[in-house]
Every structure is written in C-alpha cells, then in structure tokens.
Design a protein around this ligand. Structure first.
Ligand SMILES: NC(=O)c1ccc[n+]([C@@H]2O[C@H](COP(=O)([O-])OP(=O)(O)OC[C@H]3O[C@@H](n4cnc5c(N)ncnc54)[C@H](O)[C@@H]3O)[C@@H](O)[C@H]2O)c1
Ligand SMILES: CCCCC[C@H](O)/C=C/C=C\C/C=C\C/C=C\CCCC(=O)O
Length: 259
C-alpha cells in the first residue's frame, strides 16, 4: 500500500461525521472531494487541525459530472505529485430520484475506479496503489425499503470483484476491495424519514427502524478501522469486507464455482 509513504489519498464523499479523525496515519496528504461545500470545508479544517496546514485540499465536485471528477483527480495529482489510495465513498439514498441514485452510487464508483487506475495502474506506467469501493450490508439482506439503493450496492460488489480479478491477472499493481458496513451513525440514516428520499417506500420506515434496533448502529471509527485494514494488508484484493455490530470486521466468503 501507499501507507508507509503517507498517501496521497483522494476521498470521494467526505462524510458529514468526520471519518478522518479516526484514521491513524502518521502523515496524511489527502484530497477530500464532495458536493457539499460546508461539509468539505469542515472536513478540511479538521484535517488542518490534526495534521497541519497544507496536507489536505478540499475540492468541491459532483462525482456524477464526469469532467469535474476527472479534474478532481488531476488536481490531486498536481498538488501531491502522485496518488496511492482512492476511496469511492460518495453515496445517496433516493428511491424517488432512483436514476440519480444509480449515477452516484454505481456509475460514479465505476468512473472513480477507472480514473484511479489511470493514475495508479502499471498499465498506465504508474506505481500501483489501492482502491476501496463502499457498498453496504444492504446488498446481503432483504431491504423492501430500498430496492434501487440495494441494486447499486450489489453492483458495486460485482464490479469491484471483477475489476480485482482483472487487476490481478494483468498485474496492474493495484488492489481493489469492497467495504459493506451495516447501519452507521451518519446523516444518511435520517433520510429514511423523508418521502422526498424514500418515495412510496417511506411506508416501510418503521420496519427500517426496527432493523436498526435489531442490528444496532455502528460508529464511524469502526469503518475507519476497516478501511485501514483494507489499505494496509497487501494480501487483500477482491475482498468483500463486512462490518456489523454482532461480528465486527469480517469477510464474506463465496462458495467455489462448480461446473
Ligand atoms: N450510514 C449508513 O448506515 C451506511 C451503511 C452502509 C453503507 N453506507 C455507505 O457509506 C457511504 C457514505 O455514506 P454516509 O453514511 O457517510 O452518508 P453521508 O450522507 O453522511 O455522506 C455522504 C457524503 O457523500 C456526499 N455526496 C453525495 N452525493 C455526492 C455527489 N454527487 N458528489 C460528491 N459528493 C456527494 C455528501 O455530500 C456526503 O458528504 C455511502 O456510499 C453509503 O451508501 C452507509
Ligand atoms: C436510510 C438509508 C440508509 C441506508 C444505509 C445502509 O446502507 C442500509 C443498510 C441496510 C441494511 C444493513 C444493515 C444492517 C444489517 C446488519 C447485520 C446483518 C447481519 C447478517 C449476517 O451477517 O448474518
């Protein structure tokens, strides 16, 4: 991984709750990319306080805008000289505008992965690196409240595993893994109350809340720990990491294919 070199990272989708506080890296160089200026600036202020000024940059960008996303990657490399770690984390929950949900949660993860490879893969003459694509435990459960969100998270797993195989077979020097958290204490969870987000599936909100009570809600620090493990363990490629309250950080296992 790039961790011994201290990054540089690009983190797409800043997360309102300040996940970076929980990353234990000695030195950090990171570009935080987010649509929301307030969230991004708060995140950068936290990073300045933690690591000193000049080590992070906030780039306001809608990840669904292809040219803007390409520019965000280029600006990161211009600023830090290279790229080692890419986290495709931006995600929304919107069953009403479900096409937007596909754009943010799946299409942009695919674009972010391809851009990451342009800047890190040996195929492009680069030095290698690590990519984490963020899915969800929703991909493993019955989720009547979120059919399209669930479909995108299935898609992220399938895409990531296939790309990890390609990376290994063609020696990209890039490891690509997927992270599937259960419920996490972030603003996203509150969207379950909103008809604007849930559309007709808002009627399942009590069912959703019962699931939250049953399975519990994770703190972001455990997600940071899972990400650090994916970044720093050189044996992991195509891994599907699950994080739940009951089992903590663990991995999904697939049955071998039989003819
Ligand atoms: N919170 C949970 O319970 C939970 C559980 C499993 C997986 N996830 C996944 O974790 C990831 C992070 O979610 P979160 O819970 O921190 O949500 P969040 O809403 O707190 O943060 C998501 C961030 O993505 C940004 N974003 C949204 N659309 C964007 C766009 N078009 N361009 C750029 N940035 C954009 C938002 O501004 C926000 O800062 C998502 O992929 C989500 O699906 C969340
Ligand atoms: C309001 C929308 C926010 C969606 C956030 C999130 O992605 C949705 C997750 C939905 C379900 C997953 C949550 C919890 C399941 C936890 C544990 C299941 C354990 C099953 C097992 O491994 O045996």
């Amino acid at each position: 991984s790039g961790l011994q070199r201290g990054g540089p990272w690009i983190f797409l989708g800043a997360q309102g709750q300040g996940l970076f506080q929980d990353f234990c890296v000695p030195v950090l160089q990171v570009a935080v990319v987010d649509l929301n200026k307030t969230v991004g600036e708060q995140c950068q202020a936290q990073l300045d306080a933690e690591f000193g000024e000049g080590r992070s940059v906030f780039i306001q960008c809608d990840v669904t805008h292809g040219d803007a996303l390409r520019d965000a990657f280029q600006r990161t490399v211009d600023q830090f000289g290279r790229l080692d770690i890419v986290i495709n984390n931006a995600g929304i929950n919107n069953e009403k505008n479900w096409e937007k949900t596909i754009q943010v949660n799946l299409t942009s993860v695919i674009k972010g992965t391809y851009l990451a490879l342009e800047h890190m893969s040996k195929e492009y003459g680069k030095q290698g690196g690590t990519i984490i694509n963020v899915s969800s435990m929703a991909a493993f459960l019955h989720s009547p409240h979120q059919p399209v969100y669930t479909a995108t998270k299935h898609g992220v797993i399938g895409f990531t595993r296939a790309m990890a195989d390609a990376a290994a077979q063609d020696d990209y020097g890039v490891r690509i893994n997927v992270l599937c958290p259960a419920f996490v204490d972030t603003p996203l969870l509150h969207t379950v109350e909103e008809e604007d987000n849930m559309g007709k599936f808002v009627k399942f909100k009590d069912d959703f809340k019962q699931s939250m009570n049953k399975f519990g809600v994770l703190q972001p620090s455990l997600i940071a720990e899972g990400m650090m493990r994916l970044i720093s363990d050189p044996s992991l490629n195509g891994a599907v990491m699950k994080i739940t309250c009951a089992k903590g950080i663990h991995f999904h296992t697939y049955e071998p294919m039989s003819a």
